[in-house]
Design a protein around this ligand. Structure first.
Ligand code: MLT
Length: 323
């Protein structure tokens, strides 16, 4: 009799688990974006959320949870219920660099479920228009000649723009004075206004201001030009050979989120990344779609671990102090 009850209870539990996955989603899903609205993370998340709604049948609501280079927003996801209704947008900065800079109180690999690798883009070296340089060599000469380090906008210590700044310092020997914002959206506004000197920014964030002529671009941190910005030279062409950096993004869920639910969110994201309308929107920002054979949750997990191995030595050597 006792075994029968146990068996029935077990069946109910299993059915309940798969039943919740079968019904998923039964209400809107929150995507936590760990940077302020108007920046590149926010822009990509909103474009994808709009299309993923069609596949999932429920709205995906963007919640901007900012601060500390994105680590506060990631923490929100880590501590959310593992039911698929809270997922997190992140990237090289939040899900790799932050682990080398902050005492996070969570583990970027052990405490999250990878969901899907998202588009990537090279960084772009941009300045306010008042800088009297037209080429990258002229910009480097101007930076070197300054009595005080030039100001470089970032989205906070450990953000992609901050890591790119560290890589720029390593490549040029030029020190920068970082000015942290809650995202590179507001940082870009200050660059346009001439309040800061440069940003080593995501191409997707700066490209429209470059096109509008409100800021100046010097180079793309890649071996090939961005097709949507063919007149901007690569760092190799502009004399800073080998300074390459690609900022990739992804979606994660809290550890313990049922794999069937992770699979449903993954499938909706992959469908969005194969929608020609979405692809055109993202590519117009200079973003590159992820390889189709890298679309599984496992692929994002493996990529994140490889990027941690690649970037942590340089970031730790920079001895970044965070208050
Ligand atoms: C970064 O620099 O980490 C991101 O570009 C910040 C953002 O998406 O606002």
């Amino acid at each position: 009799m006792r075994n029968t009850i146990l068996a029935a209870l077990t069946a109910l539990l299993l059915l309940g688990g798969s039943a919740s996955a079968e019904k998923f989603p039964a209400r809107p899903i929150t995507i936590v974006v760990p940077f302020s609205a108007g920046g590149p993370s926010d822009a990509m998340a909103r474009i994808l959320a709009e299309r993923m709604k069609t596949s999932l049948g429920e709205a995906l609501l963007i919640e901007n949870v900012t601060g500390a280079g994105g680590s506060i927003g990631v923490g929100r996801v880590v501590h959310a219920a593992a039911d698929g209704y809270t997922i997190g947008f992140g990237h090289l900065g939040t899900h790799v660099a932050n682990g080398a800079i902050y005492k996070l109180g969570y583990d970027l690999v052990a405490d999250l479920e990878p969901v899907v690798l998202l588009p990537s883009n090279p960084m772009i070296i941009v300045s306010k228009n008042a800088v009297p340089a037209k080429t990258l060599p002229e910009l480097l000469a101007w930076l070197k000649a300054r009595p005080q380090p030039a100001t470089a906008g970032t989205a906070g210590a450990g953000s992609g723009s901050h890591i790119a700044g560290l890589a720029f310092e390593n490549a040029t020997g030029i020190k920068l004075q970082y000015v942290p914002y809650r995202g590179t959206g507001p940082a870009l506004n200050d660059l346009v206004a001439g309040q800061i000197d440069i940003i080593v920014d995501q191409t997707s964030n700066s490209i429209n201001q470059v096109r509008a002529g409100t800021i100046r671009a010097y180079a793309i941190t890649d071996a090939k030009r961005v097709p949507q910005a063919p007149d901007i030279p690569t760092t190799d062409e502009a004399g800073l050979s080998g300074f390459h950096m690609t900022l990739w993004s992804g979606l994660w869920a809290p550890k313990g989120t049922p794999q069937e639910i992770v699979a449903k969110i993954n499938a909706a994201a992959v469908e969005a990344l194969n929608d020609p309308v979405v692809v055109k929107q993202l590519e117009n920002l200079g973003l590159q779609m992820p390889p189709k054979d890298q679309s599984t949750p496992e692929a994002l997990g493996a990529w994140q671990k490889a990027e941690i191995a690649k970037w942590w030595p340089m970031i730790k050597a920079a001895n970044v102090k965070v208050d």
